[in-house]
Design a protein around this ligand. Structure first.
Ligand code: FES
Length: 605
């Protein structure tokens, strides 16, 4: 066997010829090819069946037992394989079996610029030097900036005008405690900033002009997806992979460089005038970006390396092309309650409200906060990625063709799909609707057992025996050789995820001695929160029924919070205050949480 194999990967924007060591899997090879983004929800363990590729050529590898189990006969016949099982042979052409572009929620609601933006833009008129005033230009500038002399870094000194200029005018751009840029002349309008929300699944970036107006946004799936869909897989890789933490940092750095490049190019912004980027995300995402040791996040007693990171220049982490860009990470509360929840609390205004509110951010982790201006308490539950479509037989992310809503009308089951594309699977809101339908129709009982009687199927749907209990099959839902199914195992995954979330809420209520009736508003953050039907969430027990009428969707609350800190220093101070003062409840090992979890496993039929 040759030591090096030459093969071709085809992406929508072109082909790449790869030379990889024989025996390396396609997934391992593609992880270092940024243009060949391939998500691997189970991090290559051969469990999720999502790293689908299509192999073309003379010697298509024979499927291994895992592929036989996770792929249909039609798929296998069409050359579909799993990237984590396939070892390329010479001259093969391999492409992603593309489910389409994800719908990424970038709506943050209207925002108003404060009078105190995070980035200050000052026009300094520096007194001219003369024989009686022998101070150099930097000293005169330091006086104008109210700073000690000798503290202006070299890269800023290089941009200053001649010390003999008659009346130098300098634009000083600064962050609290830092000078970002000094430039000869009046450039106060030439200053842009950006905010980014690094979600575990998606990354959304926003561009803001000098007046504080959000002028554009761009988003893409998190480039760390090839190392697992969830935070735990990536923490594990960072700890055990040979270049784990570095791979994860480089992936997100490349992605931010690309998103910021897209935004600046599209809006005619010279990259050197992008001055600040506020970043939010969970604690692991912030650690990966900053290059901090993340080992403590995954091991008891679950300690971050740093909850607060001072602003740093972008080139310190390898972002290139933005010569004056500084990065400001929002602070985190604990190992599992990150800057995204701080930003969400800020966006919801929970820290200033008299009324008690609940914030829920449902992703692979269910992060939540309960409280008001007097007390805020947060926790995170390992809900698993079921509501993001992972680990379900026909689960999908928010991509075209994902069933997002399910309805029963006149005894017949209807569903809508994203972009009205042919149904290809279920995304989170569709899964919640479907589960609610099954419970209402008596096709699933309170223990989560699916009905086994085929005669009870509503029109358009069949009940048939599966490997582990019943499974439901949609007559019309057949796409690309795959049936649209919902199995007993899928329902169990939903049951576990909703139990973890519901138990988190119950524990917070109990610890704070809050009656559910006393909650004024439930804020749902994130894309899932935007599309979920509150009444369906109550039917499946994700939310107590008393709360279903109090739900308010916040859109991308984390991004909104990151933008707020950019638009006002007061908001940044509030974010720091929230992170320092909110209590974090560690649920692992708590007897009361375990008790609520077991109780919440039942559906409230
Ligand atoms: S089966 Fe390949 S990444 Fe999950």
């Amino acid at each position: 066997m040759a030591d090096i194999v030459r093969w071709t990967f085809t992406a929508p924007d072109g082909e790449t010829v790869l030379e990889t060591p024989a025996g390396m899997t396609v997934l391992e090879a593609l992880r270092s090819e940024p243009q060949a983004f391939l998500p691997a929800p189970c991090a290559g363990r051969g469990r999720c069946g999502r790293c689908r590729i299509v192999v073309e050529g003379e010697a298509i590898p024979r499927p291994d037992p895992t592929e036989r189990e996770l792929l249909s006969e039609e798929d296998l016949a069409d050359g579909v394989r799993l990237a984590c099982r396939t070892r390329p042979a010479a001259d093969l052409r391999i492409r992603r079996d593309d489910p389409g572009r994800a719908r990424i929620h970038t709506e943050t609601g209207g925002l108003v610029a404060g009078v105190d933006p995070l980035v200050s833009r000052q026009l300094l008129k520096i007194p001219p030097g003369h024989l009686e005033d022998q101070r150099d230009l930097a000293e005169r500038l330091s006086t104008a900036l109210d700073r000690k002399p000798g503290r202006i870094p070299l890269w800023l000194l290089k941009d200053l005008p001649s010390p003999t200029a008659v009346a130098p005018v300098v634009t000083a751009v600064g962050l609290p405690g830092e000078i970002v840029s000094l430039e000869s002349g009046d450039f106060r309008d030439m200053s842009w900033t950006a905010a980014v929300d690094i979600g575990t699944t998606t990354v959304a970036a926003y561009l803001v002009d000098a007046s504080g107006t959000v002028i554009d946004s761009a988003a893409s799936l998190n480039a760390q997806a090839p190392w697992g869909a969830d935070v735990v897989s990536r923490l594990e890789y960072a700890r055990t992979g040979s270049s784990g933490a570095r791979d994860l940092q480089q992936a997100i750095v490349r992605q931010l460089t690309s998103l910021l490049g897209e935004l600046t190019a599209r809006n005619g912004v010279p990259p050197e005038y992008l001055h600040a980027l506020t970043v939010t995300g969970n604690t692991a995402m912030i650690h990966f970006l900053a290059g901090l040791d993340s080992t403590g996040l995954g091991e008891s007693p679950f300690l971050p390396t740093a909850r607060e990171i001072p602003p740093f220049p972008s080139w310190e982490i390898g972002i290139t092309g933005f010569s004056r860009l500084w990065i400001v990470c929002l602070p985190c509360i604990s190992a599992y309650v990150g800057a995204d929840i701080v930003a969400g609390i800020l966006a919801a205004g929970m820290h200033t409200r008299k009324e008690t509110c609940l914030l829920l951010d449902i992703g692979t982790n269910g992060e939540m906060a309960l409280g008001n201006r007097d007390r805020l308490i947060c926790c995170s539950t390992a809900a698993g990625p079921a509501f993001e479509g992972a680990h379900l037989s026909a689960g999908l992310g928010s991509v075209p063709g994902a069933v997002d809503h399910v309805d029963l009308r006149d005894g017949e089951l209807f569903f809508t799909t994203i972009d009205d594309a042919p149904a290809a699977g279920f995304c989170g809101s569709g899964i919640v609707d479907l589960t609610a339908f099954l419970l209402r129709a008596g096709l699933a009982d309170d223990t989560g057992r699916l009905d086994e009687d085929p005669s009870r199927s509503p029109s358009g749907l069949s009940i048939r025996p599966g490997d582990a209990g019943s499974e439901l099959v949609w007559d019309a839902g057949i796409t690309r050789g795959r049936e649209l199914t919902f199995t007993q195992k899928d329902l169990r995954e939903v049951q576990l995820a909703k139990a973890a979330l519901a138990a988190g809420v119950e524990t917070l209520l109990a610890v704070t001695e809050t009656d559910v009736e006393d909650i004024d508003t439930v804020f749902l953050a994130g894309g899932f929160g935007n599309y979920i039907r509150p009444e369906s969430a109550a039917v499946i027990g994700l939310l107590p029924p008393a709360l279903s009428g109090k739900v308010r969707s916040l859109g991308n609350a984390a991004a909104r919070g990151a933008l707020m800190t950019l638009l006002s220093r007061r908001h940044m101070d509030e974010a720091i205050h929230i992170a320092r003062n909110a209590e974090s409840l560690e649920l692992s090992g708590r007897e009361d949480f375990r008790h609520h979890y077991v109780e919440s496993l039942f559906f409230p039929v």
